[in-house]
Design a binder for this molecule. Structure first.
Ligand code: SF4
Ligand code: SF4
Length: 152
């Protein structure tokens, strides 16, 4: 019963496709290889980034460490290089508390290598296929009742 309620809450209320499972190993990798996504896409230039800094304090923590085909690569200056731990752990921003979120996939990203978390699909492949079939049947029924009369 609890599992059903949990599933309903995650899929229908939160509109999630994945459960986040596991726990942080404190490796600090996700604080090092960071791409910054905003409404216009992944940040490509330092000029773009300067504008973004005014929007949220999190961006002021970041410094550019490189660039690749995706965009600028940042590292957070709150990461302790010796311990690999966050120096402001108790006051870290929400975006850090929520990591990893499934939006990472929507942005074309992946989890940091060897991250202690996993994102597991909430619905099995069979459940998804069953829903696809039900939706297809609904469309067919709707067409028969109300549409496509002129085509047959
Ligand atoms: S604020 Fe802390 S948790 Fe967030 S990216 Fe920086 S070092 Fe990592
Ligand atoms: S990559 Fe994963 S395990 Fe490593 S610090 Fe980030 S959340 Fe924790």
């Amino acid at each position: 019963m609890f599992e059903k309620l949990k599933k309903f809450y995650y899929t229908k209320i939160l509109r999630r496709k994945y459960y986040r499972v596991g726990k942080c190993k404190g490796c600090g990798r996700c604080c090092r290889q960071i791409y910054v996504q905003h409404s216009g896409g992944v940040i490509q230039t330092e000029e773009e980034f300067e504008k973004l800094k005014r929007q949220h304090v999190f961006y002021t923590y970041l410094k550019v460490t490189g660039k690749d085909e995706i965009g600028l690569i940042f590292e957070c200056q709150n990461l302790d290089p010796e311990t690999h731990l966050c120096k402001i752990h108790d006051k870290r921003p929400g975006i850090c508390r929520r990591y990893p979120q499934e939006e990472i996939f929507a942005m074309g990203g992946v989890l940091a290598e060897n991250c202690g978390y996993k994102l597991e699909p909430i619905e099995t492949f069979e459940e998804i296929m069953s829903q696809v079939k039900k939706d297809a049947m609904k469309v067919t029924l709707w067409d028969r009742l109300f549409g496509r009369r002129g085509n047959n």
